[in-house]
Design a protein around this ligand. Structure first.
Ligand code: GLU
Length: 552
């Protein structure tokens, strides 16, 4: 009578190492805490993945642990060419730093626990698979697609619990002799390996999740495929092998995996290995016609972080927003410590919501505005420049054409008592800065004309403009001195200095109208930052030139 060992040797003659050899090769880490981010390279960086990574990296950093990146590319049907490097680049943009992973040039491994692409770990998986086979805890299955479909149909019709388990698994009851005979008859083509599940459809299991607490669930009863026909493992087996050999202490992952925990715990037990702790994160969702649903790659452009960047959001704003979703006390902390870096926030896994949060674009804007308003003008300038270099190169060149001027324009009203927090997005920076640059101002001649035409008296201001150009006092730092001068001169041209004066009659307008005229003429807009500051930043020469353009 053949043994399971003999079957295992027949199927994997080349595998000589044992699990304990591998555990020696990848020894326990000196740090207690080790987390990973392990995306499947199926497209761009999803906001939900960034959320998961932010949580993982923050937790690892705060516990002085390791954080590594593993690319889960065993499902080669779903894989998109170049997606892994796109993902790595996007994570770099978001300052997510890893201690280990395929981070070197040409995605070369950095770290002693690799390879960090699952597709390069086939040899490691087979050691584990062979071990299970040798114990009789797994078996090769040759059920065809047609057989699997027939079972599914039969189960649906008879209202039975679906799956390949118990009597529904044709090869579960085969002895090693029978399986060896099959192998000799049919060879190793189209063979998958299934785990022999110890559970049945009635057993329950209770386990602990760091976020969700105690969970009670039906135990796994399915004889899940652990090795596919292409020689690569399924997620379940790969998770056990990788997180064991890479020494992960805590698994932070999406809660779509929560129902797989019973299976994963069975697998750890089958290998007599300790299971890591689990923290399952509810997805970032959105309300769709009143119903809550996960942000979807296909339907929600905002699910793509690259899209948010293109929409002029800042990296830090997005990260801070995600932190408000992760820990609701983050906002209070930020209010109290506006200067501290995000990394100083004491993140707590216990405070992560069980139900998941709703994506809220207005809140994201509010957080982004808070961030852009807080940072120094120098920092804002550098970030805007960096952002514009990628997404709005013409604006980047403009900023670089006169950096000191650009910074002065950006700085207007910032960090003052009445700071209007001018910039919510980098697009506001652009929008409020363009007119400072002469070429851009000239391009707005038509808009300017149209705006000026809205006030019938503006057309007759030539004389005022001529005189004002000669005397305008921009040497003073006192807004009142500047404004007094405007008032005095205004009176001579029929503009009242106050409302009360205007009401007395005899005036064609008020000094406010003149200020509006100047705004439009100098900035091509009716709404601008503080006019006096704008004029000071522009400087007398430029102001006079723009005024003269009116009378000429
Ligand atoms: N590759 C899995 C996914 O992208 C990761 C799950 C995990 O973190 O274990 O869903």
């Amino acid at each position: 009578m053949a043994t399971w060992h003999e079957l295992a040797d027949l199927l994997f003659p080349e595998v000589q190492s044992t699990i304990s050899d591998l555990l020696t090769q990848y020894p326990a880490r000196s740090e207690q805490v080790c987390l990973r981010f392990s995306p499947s390279p199926t497209g761009y960086l999803h906001l939900g993945s960034l959320y998961t990574t932010l949580i993982g990296s923050t937790y690892a950093r705060q516990h002085k642990g390791t954080f590594f990146l593993r690319i889960e590319d065993t499902d080669q049907k779903r894989e998109i060419q170049g997606a892994a490097s796109l993902l790595i680049q996007s994570l770099k943009i978001f300052w997510i730093s890893f201690d280990e992973g395929p981070l070197g040039e040409d995605e070369r491994d950095v770290g002693a626990y690799g390879p960090y692409f699952q597709s390069k770990r086939a040899d490691l998986y087979t050691v584990f698979i062979k071990h299970l086979l040798a114990q009789g805890l797994a078996y090769p299955c040759r059920m065809t697609e047609a057989e699997l479909n027939a079972i599914r149909e039969q189960q649906t019709q008879a209202k039975q619990i679906p799956g390949i388990y118990g009597k529904f698994s044709k090869y579960r009851s085969f002895t090693p002799d029978e399986l060896i005979a099959k192998y000799h008859q049919e060879g190793d083509q189209f063979q998958v390996i299934r785990f022999r599940a110890p559970g049945d459809t009635t057993k329950k299991i209770v386990f602990h999740d760091v976020i969700k607490g105690e969970i009670s669930m039906i135990d796994n009863y399915n004889d899940i495929v652990i090795l596919k026909g292409d020689g690569l493992p399924t997620y379940h087996l790969a998770h056990i092998v990788d997180d064991t050999l890479m020494r992960s202490s805590l698994i932070t992952r999406g809660d779509e995996w929560l129902t797989s925990v019973p299976l994963h715990l069975q697998l750890f037990k089958a290998f007599e290995l300790p299971a890591p702790a689990y923290a399952h994160l509810a997805p970032v969702s959105k309300l769709d016609e009143g119903k809550k649903r996960k942000l979807s790659k296909r339907h929600d452009p905002e699910a793509n972080v690259a899209f948010l960047l293109e929409q002029w959001y800042s990296v830090q704003g997005i990260l801070e927003y995600l932190m408000t979703l992760a820990n609701s006390n983050f906002e209070d902390w930020r209010r109290e410590y506006p200067e501290l870096p995000l990394a100083d926030f004491q993140f707590s896994l216990d405070k992560v919501g069980v139900a998941g949060s709703l994506f809220d674009a207005t809140k994201l804007q509010w957080v982004n505005n808070g961030y852009l308003s807080r940072i120094s003008t120098e920092e804002l300038f550098q970030q805007t420049l960096e952002w514009a270099t990628t997404y709005a190169p013409a604006f980047a060149s403009l900023l670089q054409s006169d950096e000191a001027y650009a910074k002065a324009a950006m700085h207007i009203e910032r960090h003052t008592e009445k700071d209007p927090k001018r910039f919510t997005l980098y697009s506001d920076v652009q929008q409020q800065m363009l007119f400072f640059f002469d070429n851009e101002w000239e391009k707005g001649a038509e808009i300017r004309k149209a705006l000026l035409a809205e006030n019938e008296h503006f057309g007759a201001l030539q004389d005022f403009v001529r005189t004002y150009s000669e005397v305008v006092n921009l040497e003073t730092d006192e807004v009142l001195v500047w404004f007094d001068q405007l008032k005095q001169l205004g009176k001579q041209y029929g503009y009242a200095a106050t409302n009360a004066e205007f009401k007395e009659g005899g005036y064609i307008g008020k000094v406010g109208d003149l200020a509006m005229f100047l705004r439009i003429q100098l900035c091509n807009a009716k709404q601008t930052p503080d006019l006096f500051s704008v004029m000071k930043v522009m400087g007398k020469k430029r102001v006079v030139e723009r005024l003269r353009a009116f009378s000429s």
